[in-house]
Design a protein around this ligand. Structure first.
Ligand code: JXD
Ligand code: MG
Length: 298
């Protein structure tokens, strides 16, 4: 991991390129690819089981977020057909042989897939996500059913009870990972529903945004990023990260819109619903054009 090292307010390292005033996120819409990998030391995997593309607009102070299901069949010119989550490990392997960087390749791939320029990419792993949630003091969710999943091989032990709950980082990670009831759990269910899992991830993101408002100011967000520094990789310039934080740290969760993308599961792929994908692409573009949200508080 090449990561930002942050202290409470100052970004110590990272990409120190200046950002022109007209390119500042304070005045210019930005697009970010957010990748959550399934890396843990015991498996060594780097599948991007969470893939979100978010567009932010400073004029409306709003954002639009699209989650790409992990099993999405991607078939693009110049790329091997793969599940969406399987490109990153392959790009990581290629990194060693050529001058490419895997996060950058993911950016280019999704730029092509969604027909939208992507400015930045942020990669976070299990530990990083869990640390963010703990640094924010936990996350409130409404759990729709009992959730149980155990995997001795990698130490996964998800055990969550139905109902409203405040989750710490570890349990929040279980909540965003859960997709079917596994061995050692009763009753066992076989279906692996990544679509409702994407919804839970959106719910958690919404709730974390709410949680950020309880922090006393943008500077404290620096302490949250500090907590994840070893487990987060991003190509956002330091100056721009400050602009992003200054502009969006208190974004209203009502102004963060999630656009669903689902599809049909035909093993081993999810074949994406083209109508939904088109709507999602349009929603991302509308956000960039400032056409997304009419804010209530102007
Ligand atoms: C075993 C076998 C086998 C393996 C296949 C899994 C099962 C098999 C057998 C029996 C290993 C497999 C299921 C990963 C799931 C995820 C990824 C989550 C990752 C994250 C969380 C991201 C969450 C978000 C994203 C938004 C991020 C934030 C953080 C704040 C953001 C910041 C960014 C801003 C920063 C700047 C601007 C600078 C700060 C809000 C909401 C990182 C979803 C099975 C499960 C759970 N094992 N797993 O076991 O494997 O199982 O059990 O015998 O060995 O192959 O069948 O299926 O795997 O679906 O999920 O486990 O977890 O990899 O792939 O069901 P899976 P898994
Ligand atoms: Mg996985």
């Amino acid at each position: 991991w090449v990561a930002y090292k942050l202290d409470n307010t100052i970004l110590d390292t990272g990409i120190d390129t200046p950002v022109a005033p007209e390119a500042s996120a304070k005045v210019k819409p930005v697009t970010m690819l957010l990748l959550g990998t399934d890396y843990r030391p015991k498996t060594g995997t780097h599948l991007t089981d969470v893939m979100m593309v978010a567009t932010f607009n400073p004029d409306t102070k709003s954002a639009t977020v699209v989650s790409i299901p992990r099993d999405t069949r991607i078939d693009l010119d110049g790329y091997k057909v793969r599940k969406a989550n399987a490109y990153y490990p392959n790009f990581l392997d290629a990194e060693k042989k050529s001058g490419i960087t895997a996060p950058n390749e993911m950016k280019q791939m999704f730029t092509k897939y969604l027909d939208i320029p992507i400015d930045y990419v942020t990669v976070i792993n299990f530990q990083g996500f869990s640390d963010v949630v703990d640094a924010l003091g936990g996350v409130d969710v409404n759990i729709s059913m009992d959730m149980c999943y155990k995997d001795k091989a990698d130490g996964t032990d998800i055990n969550l009870k139905k109902g409203p709950s405040e989750l710490n980082g570890e349990d929040a990670l279980g909540y965003v990972r859960y997709r079917h009831s596994g061995p050692g759990c009763k009753p066992r269910t076989k279906e692996s529903d990544d679509f409702s899992r994407n919804q839970r991830q959106n719910e958690v993101l919404h709730s974390l945004i709410d949680q950020m408002q309880t922090f006393s100011g943008a500077t404290k967000i620096g302490s949250v990023l500090d907590a994840v520094s070893d487990n987060l990789e991003t190509d956002i310039e330091k100056a721009q990260l400050k602009n992003i934080i200054a502009t969006y740290w208190n974004i209203s969760k009502d102004n963060v819109k999630f656009v669903p993308v689902t599809g049909e599961w035909k093993s081993p792929y999810v074949h994406i619903n083209d109508d939904e994908l088109d709507k999602a692409k349009q929603a991302l573009k509308d956000e960039l054009a400032g056409k997304s949200v009419q804010t209530l508080d102007q």
